[in-house]
Design a protein. Structure first.
Length: 429
């Protein structure tokens, strides 16, 4: 009898230890997924473009598959309702299998892009709920590491800073420091990419960083983060990043408290001071990047391409007159010039759908404002950023835009009653 009791206690203890190990193992996977998904996206998307190296390309694809698994783990461990998640994962596997067996059919491609987008969007919302400070730190660290490399890329003294730029094989860098006249402008120098493979991708991260940073203002004084992000934005010299910065500043000037308005006035002064410093050291690049003709040409190309797509056509070439009346021909090919241009004829339906979704978003936003007020500003600013990102280029098939969209669409995911690691009112960023 005693022997049976001891055996029973031993079995219970073994089950308890095994359950504890399973719990620790599950928590470690979730912990690793949350901390690794954003760096994994950046590394995967960058290395996946390195066609010149089989090893780097393979690492990039493998890393992206890791982030997909991480997104699935994060979403499954965050939301109580599992059915929609299982449907999304099933559609991803089905569309992927269809593309492998049948080919890159438009139906399977669209199904895959929509499914993978929903998964990463849910993962973004889950991450900001559970550990928004972690993503903020990762973004700021990325900004800090990118700035020195961007400066080296602008300087043009060496070739190695461009090793991640796929098109660098077709160009030769030239010194730009204090060079004004007779400068040969090269896009990979005038608009550096830093640690990523293209400036357009870097601009997306800059816009995301601006939304996160100025969505968590805690002091009216300028801090190191302000200097870091202003310098990051200025060095990129991207019109969309400037536009996003302006929208964020105006939003906080109009809707923010008095101390937030004071903060943004100081930030604006800091930004223009750094622009002046840039113009002093790189006058040729500054003149080119702030050219009215360049801005006007880019605007006309995007609007014209969008208008053609909305009419069901493709604008393959366009002739634009400069400020002096001289015509210039530009070959566009199949490039839609923007994300909105790519969905051209579907854009009116997307806008109508957005109006129907807006009441649900506002309902979730009121819930967010009640339980997690510290996330409200970053949510609104992230939503603005997501709306502006497609102006730069077509990124509907890229997981990074959907991950960032999760931050702006967080109120919608709150309606799914996600789990919370900590009581909402006691949670500290």
């Amino acid at each position: 009898m005693v022997s049976n009791v001891q055996e029973s206690n031993s079995i219970s203890l073994n089950h308890s230890i095994q359950g504890k190990h399973n719990l620790d193992y599950g928590y470690f996977i979730k912990w690793l997924s949350i901390r690794g998904i954003f760096p994994g996206i950046l590394i995967g998307l960058t290395l996946n473009q390195q066609a010149w190296s089989v090893v780097l390309h393979l690492i990039g694809r493998t890393t992206l598959w890791f982030t997909t698994l991480a997104a699935a783990v994060i979403v499954l461990s965050t939301f109580r309702q599992k059915r929609w998640i299982l449907f999304v994962i099933s559609f991803i596997l089905l569309s992927k299998a269809g593309r492998v067996v049948i080919g890159d059919d438009s139906i399977f491609a669209s199904l895959y892009n929509v499914s993978i987008g929903v998964l990463y969007c849910g993962a973004g919302a889950a991450v900001v709920l559970q550990n928004s400070r972690l993503i903020y730190r990762q973004v700021m660290l990325f900004s800090l590491l990118s700035i020195p490399l961007m400066i080296l890329q602008i300087l043009g003294f060496w070739e190695w800073p461009y090793f991640l730029r796929g098109e660098f094989n077709n160009y030769i860098a030239a010194p730009t420091l204090f060079v004004d006249e007779n400068i040969i402008i090269k896009s990979f120098q005038s608009r550096p990419s830093g640690l990523l493979y293209t400036n357009v991708f870097t601009v997306i991260i800059i816009m995301f960083a601006l939304a996160l940073h100025y969505g968590r203002i805690k002091t009216r004084k300028l801090i190191l983060g302000d200097v870091l992000l202003c310098a990051f934005t200025v060095l990129a010299m991207a019109k969309t990043a400037f536009l996003a910065f302006a929208v964020i500043i105006l939003c906080l000037l109009i809707c923010g408290d008095s101390w937030k308005r004071q903060k943004m006035i100081k930030v604006t002064a800091l930004f223009f001071a750094l622009v002046t410093v840039y113009a002093f050291f790189f006058p040729g690049n500054f003149t080119y990047n702030t050219s009215w003709n360049l801005l006007r040409t880019n605007f006309i190309m995007r609007v014209s391409a969008l208008d053609a797509r909305m009419r069901g056509n493709t604008l393959s070439e366009i002739t634009i007159q400069d400020s002096e009346g001289v015509p210039h021909e530009y070959i566009l090919g199949d490039d839609p010039q923007s994300g909105y241009g790519e969905i051209g004829d579907m854009l009116p339906y997307v806008i109508v759908a957005a109006f129907f979704i807006l009441p649900l978003w506002y309902r979730g936003f009121k819930k967010l404002r009640c339980h997690r007020p510290e996330l409200t500003d970053s949510t609104i600013l992230s939503l603005f950023v997501v709306i502006l990102i497609p102006i730069t280029a077509s990124f509907w098939g890229s997981v990074i835009i959907w991950f960032i969209a999760g931050f702006g669409l967080l109120p919608l995911f709150l309606l799914l009653n996600p789990y919370s690691f900590r009581p909402p009112l006691k949670y500290r960023q």
